[in-house]
Design a protein around this ligand. Structure first.
Ligand code: AMP
Ligand code: ZN
Length: 664
């Protein structure tokens, strides 16, 4: 056997043993023999660098160091999941999808909801080429070197896999391994880690992959995405992924109806502590991919999936005091300061109390013993009071009447739960909050400038509004605490670069109340420039699809304000994008104004998403289900028969892809 053959055969053998051990949980050789073979391979590879293979089993031991994790855009967005908490929630969801699909026999795949770090792996020709963290769903960090050390992640696939695809899943730290890591830390005099999830995601960002290799991480994969996958359902995709060598969720069940789903949920709610990992619920997915395609996505999550969250764990502790925070819109949030207590693996010191009504409703008093629960949100909440432990002297909480930051009397609008500080332009956290929103990633994305620096710049009297950012000079910033020459330069450059950010994001960045990303996009498309938007009345604004009176009034109010007008004038002078770019404008027309389309089936010349974009770019509306309001159904191949029937019954014309494109 020559060297090349020897290396190839050792790699093959070691990969198989790895798979047997970590995926099948069924080792065939001793650890000692495995190590000997690995050492032999390492030696041969070191002596013969020509045979380098980035996916050799030797990369499992790590050694690659990543100084900066590169940001990578996901080819397919990583969505979040909608949550449900009860049988009723699930049944409502089932009804909703049956209505959209026009089909009562929808099947579901139930999986456990692992509490770890989500991950997207890209495979090309059977080789792992990239591993990206979820990030904000649009882009994440390239952690490939670290993920390669996780033994259950296949570096090369087996069987008949598609040439190119992404597979998503969760990286988890099994409880036993977590406990062992903590024991070692305590013995070494170090602070133990808080919980397995944070430790798992923290591990992925370690610079030295040899350190990652030491951690007992596992990767469970459950979602394949890509083109021409030749897989037609979620359940089938789990079976296929398993054949290709992935570790997939052990307990997945195909259910015929919500009763079976609820059975699965009830079982795992009861038995979840028997699992080797932490789970926080069950994920229910519409099984058929054609159905999934028809259902599509909301702005945040697939319509075809639903997380069922288990009831959170509860503990009791003492409420020591209440403090009040002021947000960027002036909203006041009361926060409970608690005697620190351990809850679901983390130490809890604070809990949200939401608003004055909530305090009154709970009748919570200082020094009360309160029940604290952790739901999906980061800050846990107080759900009740142990009245048996209340001291007879306890006084009802008197809600503050003046802003804790600027002492302005608070106001409360009719029908709103929150108190507000009306001193919009003089209240420090409101001023800095607006600027922090302006520079944030989804808004102007100003690199080199962070929240703390904004506060510093404000304190030093260098900025008072986001327009002031554009007049900052390097000399102004250098004297600031902890500001080096290079960072000052980065800040100035970041501000300069933000002048390229497109109008829709600038509009979002302005921080108009109720104008989120989606609304900003709609308004930018409709009005095309800031002047047109500024002169729109509330009556005109509500004519725009999805703009309600609450948003309309808030927009009008914003643009009536002298201060805002002046700020916008300045932004214009500095060269910030306050109109839609010419190229984008070219593609926008009013051709479909007032028309509502339902898109169904598979298309040849454009993808379903391109089709929807074409409709929206031409001012048409895309609806998910057929109703009397539908103008046209754009019917592709394999359109669901029930949809077809419904369209015919309501007399709604079906048009083909070609007919649709001809309309443009
Ligand atoms: P959330 O973070 O609460 O919006 O829940 C969405 C996250 O649940 C996804 O991003 C996944 O990381 C995670 N997740 C865990 N298990 C599953 C599963 N079986 N299917 C889909 N998502 C899952
Ligand atoms: Zn204030």
């Amino acid at each position: 056997m020559d060297i090349a053959e020897k290396i190839a055969s050792l790699r093959k053998e070691l990969s198989q043993h790895n798979y047997n051990y970590y995926v099948l949980d069924n080792p065939e050789i001793s650890d000692y023999d495995f190590d000997m073979k690995l050492k032999e391979l390492q030696k041969l590879e070191a002596a013969n660098p020509d045979f380098f293979d980035p996916n050799s089993p030797t990369v499992r031991v790590g050694g690659m160091v990543t100084k900066n994790f590169e940001t990578v855009v996901h080819t397919h967005r990583m969505y979040s999941l909608d949550n449900s908490y009860s049988k009723e929630d699930l049944e409502d969801w089932e009804k909703r999808i049956q209505r959209i699909l026009g089909d009562a026999s929808v099947e579901f795949t139930c999986e456990l909801k692992y509490d770890g770090a989500s991950m997207s792996l890209t495979y090309e020709n059977g080789q792992l080429v990239r591993a990206i963290t979820r990030g904000d769903g649009f882009q994440g960090d390239d952690v490939t070197n670290n993920v390669k050390t996780i033994r259950s992640v296949p570096l090369k696939l087996k069987g008949n896999y598609p040439p190119k695809f992404d597979i998503r899943g969760e990286i988890v730290l099994p409880l036993e391994g977590f406990a062992k890591m903590n024991q070692e830390r305590i013995e070494a005099g170090e602070e133990p880690y808080m919980n397995p999830r944070n430790t798992a995601s923290g591990s992925l960002k370690l610079q030295d992959s040899a350190e990652v290799a030491k951690r007992p991480l596992e990767c469970l994969l459950y979602n394949i995405v890509g083109e021409n996958l030749n897989v037609s359902s979620q359940f089938e995709s789990l079976t296929k992924a398993k054949e290709w060598g992935f570790k997939v969720p052990e307990v997945a069940k195909l259910c015929k109806n919500t009763d079976e789903v609820l059975e699965f949920v009830a079982h795992w709610d009861k038995h979840r502590h028997e699992l080797p990992y932490e789970i926080d619920g069950v994920v229910v997915k519409v099984n058929n991919f054609q159905h999934q395609d028809e259902l599509g996505y909301t702005a945040k999550a697939p319509r075809w999936a639903m997380a069922y969250k288990f009831k959170a764990e509860q503990v009791s502790t003492v409420l020591e005091s209440i403090s009040y925070q002021v947000g960027r819109t002036g909203a006041i949030t009361p926060v409970a300061n608690l005697k620190p207590v351990l809850l679901a693996g983390t130490t809890v010191k604070r809990a949200s109390l939401h608003n004055a009504d909530q305090i009154e409703k709970l009748d919570v008093r200082i020094n009360d013993t309160v029940f604290v629960e952790k739901g999906g949100e980061i800050i846990p909440k107080i759900v009740g009071i142990d009245f048996t432990k209340r001291s007879p002297e306890a006084q009802a909480v008197e809600y503050i009447t003046h802003c804790p930051e600027c002492d302005t009397p608070l106001i409360r609008k009719d029908g709103e739960a929150q108190h507000y500080c009306p001193n919009t332009y003089g209240c420090p956290p409101q001023i800095t909050g607006r600027i922090q929103h302006f520079i944030s990633r989804k808004a102007m994305d100003i690199e080199g400038l962070g929240g703390e620096t904004v506060e510093l710049l404000f304190k030093e009297g260098l900025i008072d509004s986001y327009a002031d950012l554009y007049t900052l000079k390097k000399e102004d910033v250098i004297p600031l605490e902890r500001m080096a020459d290079k960072s000052a330069e980065n800040l100035i450059n970041g501000v300069e670069k933000s002048k390229e950010i497109p109008f829709e994001r600038v509009l979002f960045a302005l921080g108009i109340r109720f104008v989120g990303e989606t609304v900003a996009k709609k308004l930018a498309k409709e009005y095309k420039n800031i002047d047109a938007l500024m002169s729109a009345s509330a009556e005109e604004l509500v004519q725009v699809d999805e703009i309600g009176i609450r948003i309309a009034e808030s927009v009008v109010e914003f643009f009536q304000n002298e201060k805002n007008i002046a700020i916008i004038e300045r932004l214009k002078q500095y060269g910030v994008q306050l109109e839609i770019a010419a190229e984008q404008l070219e593609n926008l027309t009013d051709k479909f104004k007032g028309l509502t389309f339902v898109v169904s089936g598979v298309f040849e010349r454009v993808s379903r998403n391109e089709l929807k974009k074409l409709i929206e770019d031409n001012n048409g509306k895309v609806a998910s289900s057929i109703s009397s309001k539908t103008t046209y159904v754009v019917a592709g191949d394999k359109m669901g028969p029930s949809k077809k029937e419904k369209a015919e019954k309501l007399g709604i014309p079906l048009i083909s892809e070609d007919e649709f494109l001809a309309m443009l």
